[in-house]
Ligand binder design. Structure first.
Ligand code: IMP
Ligand code: MG
Length: 193
């Protein structure tokens, strides 16, 4: 039995369910790009993309390159900032290339909106988006997701790349965070400052 982390209230998606879904997603992406002449470029959005991207790319049988961007959209704990900032840009020349943005989760859509516009300005030929999780109910900007693994409810989620204050990304499952325990941690942190 998988041991639940103490800050996790409930396991939402276990490793097996996630891995099965990633294989399905990779198959769809494989067939979509099967006739591509040039390798596509996977653009992983750090740091949450890491577990998903690694599992996903191992199931791709098309030619691909891997690149990364780092966008700051969370201020430390559990609150989003409305204006995400690009902190690390792609290394490859993306002009005229087919890009696939790989995300862990889409919430408001603000980060992806910014990322997509930026990659468009750099001259990408096509931009598609794949995300493991989609909090559809939270969307505030108009952004189309091409492939998603699971639609998830509006809870603060951790694990499989998703963090609370940079921790818990390494949990091999997606869990709903225990907000009452997190509130106690935050209070203690404030008091010790
Ligand atoms: P958006 O800009 O609101 O769509 O937020 C996107 C980013 O916020 C994601 O790439 C995640 O890094 C982070 N995020 C959104 N929801 C959660 C969550 O429930 N737990 C942890 N991180 C989240
Ligand atoms: Mg992310």
């Amino acid at each position: 039995m998988l041991k639940k982390h103490e800050l996790v209230e409930k396991i939402l998606l276990n490793t097996k369910i996630i891995n099965t879904k990633i294989i399905e997603l990779a198959n769809e992406v494989n067939s979509y790009y099967k006739d591509n002449k040039e390798p596509i470029i996977l653009i992983g959005i750090l740091k949450g993309c890491l577990p998903f991207l690694s599992q996903f790319m191992l199931n791709l049988n098309i030619d691909c390159l891997v690149d990364f961007m780092y966008v700051e959209s969370y201020l430390g704990q559990t609150k989003a900032v409305s204006k995400p900032k690009i902190k690390v840009d792609v290394i490859n020349d993306v002009r005229g290339r087919d890009l696939l943005i790989v995300e862990d989760i889409i919430d408001s859509g603000n980060s992806l909106f910014k990322i997509r516009n930026h990659l468009q300005e750099l001259g990408a030929k096509s931009i598609k988006i794949i995300t493991l999780l989609d909090k559809k109910s939270k969307r505030v900007v108009d952004i189309e997701v091409d492939w998603y693994g699971f639609e998830v409810p509006d809870h603060f989620l951790v694990g499989y790349g998703l963090d609370y204050d940079e921790k818990l990304r390494n949990l091999p499952y997606v869990g709903i965070a225990d907000l009452s325990k997190i509130a106690i941690l935050e209070k203690n942190k404030k008091n010790s400052k």
